[in-house]
Ligand binder design. Structure first.
Ligand code: HPA
Length: 246
């Protein structure tokens, strides 16, 4: 078995400087073009692949990412595990800007996205189990890696996937909080469900970039988000160096 690991990078992580790149591979898929070529390389002595979710120039907005092409391409080249890095807004008190979190649940508020491989020319209807949307074994590795690296991380939490690309209203964030959500992002779904449909182990590494709408002072600015992510993604790079050999 190849046991190839992929890292999907989100906002703030369009490249991995710690990755020794060996080649780039463009994969064509029945679903169209992935966000970009898949970067093959070596990180901490192990082969890994990297894909920038929003494209390498960060030009594809969350609702226009071709999630099916991305996941299909990764499966096609033999990926069996995905660490999905994502910037999020913090809703609950423990999820302040700069926090690293490994959510264990999802509520999907997205719409009009191609959210399944199981449609079209079917011989039977398939419903995947999604009780626990993230892979338990991979989550344990992230948790153990963060502890080993001395990083403070929140080891659970519910991720709200919103449609975007606009940020939420304060009332929407209060509703997400009443629903039990801890963080909010725009790319967690359908990515996690598509990975499950393909049998790829998938776990999320979320970096809180800002207080979600109405939870902090004043307007949320992109400058604020970028600044916070710079520090947060440093923690992610440290984490990956420890987790990948595990
Ligand atoms: N809302 C949704 N997605 C996000 C946010 C947010 O506040 N911050 C970073 N991604």
């Amino acid at each position: 078995m190849s046991d190839l690991l992929a890292i999907i990078g989100g906002t703030g992580l369009t490249s991995l400087e710690t990755l020794e790149i060996t080649r780039k591979e463009m994969v064509s898929t029945p679903y169209g073009e992935p966000s970009g070529p898949i970067t093959h390389g070596v990180l901490a002595g192990h082969p890994v692949v990297f894909l920038a979710r929003h494209g390498y120039g960060h030009t594809i907005p969350p609702h226009q990412i071709n999630y099916r092409a991305n996941l299909w391409a990764l499966k096609h080249i033999g990926v069996e595990r995905i660490i999905a890095v994502a910037a999020v807004g913090g809703i609950t008190a423990r999820m302040g800007p700069g926090v690293l979190a490994f959510p264990d649940q999802i509520i999907d508020y997205t719409y009009s996205r191609h959210n399944t491989f199981f449609e079209g020319d079917l011989t039977h209807v398939t419903h995947i189990d999604f009780t626990w949307p993230y892979d338990a074994g991979l989550r344990e590795k992230l948790i153990a890696g963060a502890r080993a690296a001395g990083l403070q991380a929140i080891e659970d939490g519910t991720y709200a996937a919103t449609q975007g690309p606009r940020l939420e209203t304060a009332a929407e964030v209060l509703r997400l909080e009443r629903d039990g959500c801890d963080v909010v992002g725009m790319t967690g779904m359908p990515e996690a469900a598509l990975a499950r449909e393909l049998g790829i182990a998938y776990a999320s590494c979320a970096v809180v970039a800002n207080w979600a709408a109405g939870k902090g002072e004043g307007e949320i600015t992109m400058e604020q988000i970028d600044q916070c992510l710079k520090l947060g993604m440093e923690q992610v790079r440290t984490l990956l160096r420890v987790v990948i050999p595990m």
